[in-house]
Design a protein around this ligand. Structure first.
Ligand SMILES: [Zn+2]
Length: 221
């Protein structure tokens, strides 16, 4: 059984990604980042999810990146947009985009994986039901794999099992895999009950509804 590094934010997508990595037979290491995100409560969710899924503490990494990212509503510079329509989510890069976040995360994950002899990374990026972040696009991931192949000893395979799944399919997968979705945190405001109005809440709720499932998280509105 091979080891894999799974980027785990503590949200729905990364939790399902972790479940899929296990299902594919990988022994997961989880990697989370403490970057001063407004919704830092998601870090506690990430650790709770990892623990619930039996990832031992020695294989749970949290990397501190305080002060690195700015220029994003998620790091506190601007208000988080609320009540956006589906059309708006598909068109603009919103203020919750964190500049180069996935580029940094994948690079750090590669730096951690390579000396451990790990050649597989899992990241729960999604190119369908997402907020319009450029670093979630399949072209970006393909280009990163190419860069890692040229810039490291053995390169790295980046698995994106959720890339072409709808949020409803992701919710259904999480349910079918028996994952502890009640421990996850998706809300950009980091609220519990979740705000119900940020992009993350709107997409998540809609996904559960479409899948005919009850979201175990409580919502404020
Ligand atoms: Zn929210």
């Amino acid at each position: 059984m091979s080891d894999a590094v799974v980027l785990l934010s503590g949200g729905l997508d990364s939790t399902v990604c972790l479940g899929l990595a296990r299902q594919e037979g990988f022994t997961p290491w989880t990697l989370s980042f403490d970057y001063g995100q407004r919704h830092s409560a998601e870090l506690a969710s990430a650790l709770a999810v990892a623990e619930a899924l039996g990832v031992p503490p020695a294989r749970r990494r949290v990397v501190p990146l305080h002060g690195l990212f700015s220029g994003s509503a998620l790091t506190g510079d601007e208000p988080v947009p609320l009540d956006r329509s589906w059309d708006q989510m598909g068109q603009d890069i919103p203020s919750t985009y964190v500049p180069a976040r996935n580029l940094v995360f994948l690079s750090l994950a590669t730096a951690i994986a390579e000396p451990l002899g790990i050649g597989d990374l899992f990241i729960g990026v999604n190119a369908l039901d997402y907020s319009g972040y450029p670093d979630c696009r399949p072209e970006f991931i393909a280009a990163f794999i190419q860069a890692a192949r040229l810039g490291t000893r053995h390169g790295i395979q980046v698995h994106t099992p959720l890339a072409h799944r709808t949020k409803a399919e992701i919710a259904a997968l999480g349910h079918r895999l028996g994952l502890p979705l009640e421990l996850t945190m998706s809300c950009y405001l980091g609220q519990r009950p979740a705000c119900g109005r940020c992009d993350a809440c709107l997409l998540r709720r809609h996904g559960f509804e479409e899948a005919g499932l009850v979201d175990p998280l409580p919502y404020r509105v």
